[in-house]
Design a protein around this ligand. Sequence first.
Ligand code: PMP
Length: 284
Amino acid sequence: RIVYVNGDYLPEEEAKVSVFDRGFLMADGVYEVTSVLGGKILDFDGHAARLSRSLGELQMDAPCSDEELLAMFRELVARNEIEDGMVYLQVTRGNPGDRDFAFPPAGTAPTIVAFTQNKPGLAENPVAKTGIKVISIPDIRWGRRDIKTVQLLYPSMGKMMAKAAGADDAWMVEDGAVTEGTSNNAYIVKDGVIITRQLSEDILHGITRAAVLKFAAEAQMKIEERPFTIEEAQGADEAFITSASAFVMPVIEIDGTAIGSGTVGPVATRLREIYLAESLATAI
Ligand code: PMP
């Protein structure tokens, strides 16, 4: 596989980052995951805009323009012959030489790494037909979840807790309400209304969330942006998650309780179809 590191396209074994990189030592960096379908990049503008916002919130300069970023993504997709898959991009505060809590001086070069993952048939994922099971876990992450940092230890632990419980993923709960999934936004459907937590510093502002809510509104579906509890979710007609890599994925069980009929519901199915069709149509 050919990966990108600081301006160079290299075989993965030759790509190197300093052991002093603040991404490695302090999780001082941000990332984006963007899906590729039919060799084209989905929702690029949204991901590029969120990257700029994450960098800005951490007082890091943009490492390149959006046009340069898109050209780099396309180059990686082409060199690795990706039809379906994803591009992972990470920007860290770089390598000042010595470990220090203080940020390095302005102008210190960031570290930019990107690579592709090949996932043939990504849009036809059979799991979308059967749905996933989630458990609930406390949300003990930091208070700026709107910044897409590489601090993913707790979400990783959450996935392991889910696995140990025979489930696929975990929804995190704070002050009695669901914040989001370990790597996705969380939704329930009741009496035809799509309910998902409102945007704030408590959750990541999902690019897929924004797209799906836009398409749902265009299709005259009713949307309520507000917190909901696990109990409310267990009594809902449907539940689902969204993310750049899972698109819209139905949830059929929460903490062992079947949602609705316990099978994949019509709203999640329709939203998945609309999201895939619309985002493919605008893929670049
Ligand atoms: N919430 C969290 C915590 C995430 O990690 C992600 C995906 N990285 C999402 C939501 C979904 O965001 P997106 O639709 O932009 O992939």
